[in-house]
Design a protein around this ligand. Structure first.
Ligand code: 9WO
Length: 263
C-alpha cells in the first residue's frame, strides 16, 4: 500500500509511523510512505504557505498554489511507483465520519493499486478552491477540532495498516477487534489471576474454548447494547445473538432486553 501525506510538519508524521504495528509493517514493506511539505513548493523568499482570510476574521488560510504543487508532486511520484491512480483524502471535521467499513473499502481500493494522498491542513483551513479542485473525499475521525490534520491522518494510517495481511502478529485479533462484526470488543484479562482482590472470570481459565467463545460473544453483545445501542439497531441481531444478549441483560439488569425499549 502506498500512502503520501501533504503536511507542513513531515517530521511529525515521519516520527509517529516508526512505532508499533505501523512501524513494523513499514519495515516489512507492507506499506510505503512519502511526505510532501507545501513549503518546499513555494517560490517567494519567505516560503509563504498561508495568508490572511478574505472577508476578515481570525487566523490565516493555507494558500492553494503551494498545496496544488505538492499534490501534483505526490500524484507523479505515486504514478512513478506504479499506482494506477491517486485518491486525495482531506482530513476535516466536516468530513464523512470514518468507520471500520470505510477503512476496509479504502484498503480494497489500495489493493487495486490506488495510491492514497492524505491532505493535512493547518491554521484556519485551506482555500476552498484548492479543496474543490483536488479533494476526492473529506474524512472526519470524530466530531471535534484539533490543531492540524496530521493526527487524524495518523489515525487513518493506523486503521488502514492494521488491516494489511501480516501487519498484526495474530490475524485473529483483527477479526475479533471491535467493529469487525459491528460489535464492541469483549473485555480482556491477563496475569495475575487475582488483581486487587478481583479475580479473572472463571470461564477464561477453564480451557473450554467453546464456553470462552460464547462468553466473549455475550460480553461483546452486552457492551454494545449498553454503550452503543445504535450499532446494534443498525446491524440487527440473529436469533442466537438475541438469545445470548438476553443472558447478559438479565444478569446485568434483571430485566429482559426487549423491556429496555419500553423505558
Ligand atoms: C476546522 C473546523 C472547525 C469547525 C468546523 C469545521 C472545521 N474544519 C476545519 C478544518 O478543516 N481545519 C483545518 C484542518 C485546519 C485546522 C486543523 N484542521 C483540522 C482537521 N482540525 N481538526 C481536524 C479534523 C480532521 C478529521 N477529523 C476530526 C478533526
Amino acid at each position: 500500500m502506498r500512502m503520501d501525506v501533504v503536511t507542513l510538519f513531515p517530521e511529525m508524521v515521519e516520527q509517529a509511523v516508526r512505532f508499533g504495528v505501523v512501524g513494523r509493517a513499514l519495515t516489512k514493506n507492507l506499506w510505503s510512505l512519502a511526505l510532501w511539505n507545501p513549503r518546499a513548493f513555494t517560490s517567494d523568499p519567505h516560503r509563504t504557505v498561508d495568508d490572511r482570510p478574505y472577508g476578515g476574521g481570525p487566523g490565516m488560510v493555507m494558500l492553494a498554489a503551494p498545496l496544488a504543487a505538492a499534490l501534483k508532486a505526490a500524484r507523479v511520484a505515486q504514478a512513478d511507483a506504479g499506482c494506477a491512480a491517486s485518491r486525495v483524502l482531506y482530513l476535516s471535521p466536516a468530513g464523512t465520519p470514518l468507520t471500520h467499513a470505510r477503512v476496509t473499502a479504502l484498503n480494497a481500493q489500495a489493493q487495486q493499486g490506488i495510491g492514497l494522498i492524505l491532505l493535512a491542513g493547518r491554521y484556519e483551513g485551506i482555500d476552498e478552491r484548492l479543496l474543490a479542485r483536488e479533494v476526492d473525499e473529506e474524512i472526519a475521525v470524530g466530531d471535534f477540532v484539533v490543531s492540524g490534520g496530521e493526527l487524524p491522518a495518523l489515525m487513518l494510517i493506523d486503521a488502514l495498516v492494521r488491516q494489511l495481511p501480516g501487519a498484526l502478529n495474530d490475524e485473529a485479533s483483527a477479526e475479533e477487534e471491535s467493529f469487525v462484526d459491528g460489535l464492541l470488543d469483549c473485555p480482556h484479562y491477563t496475569r495475575p489471576p487475582v488483581y486487587e482482590d478481583e479475580a479473572v472470570p472463571e470461564v477464561l481459565l477453564s480451557g473450554d474454548h467453546a464456553a470462552i467463545a460464547q462468553w466473549r460473544r455475550i460480553q461483546s453483545l452486552g457492551r454494545t447494547a449498553e454503550r452503543r445501542p445504535e450499532l446494534l439497531e443498525r446491524r440487527g441481531l440473529t436469533k442466537e445473538d438475541a438469545r445470548l444478549l438476553e443472558k447478559y441483560w438479565q444478569a446485568h439488569t434483571g430485566q429482559a432486553y426487549t423491556d429496555k425499549a419500553k423505558k
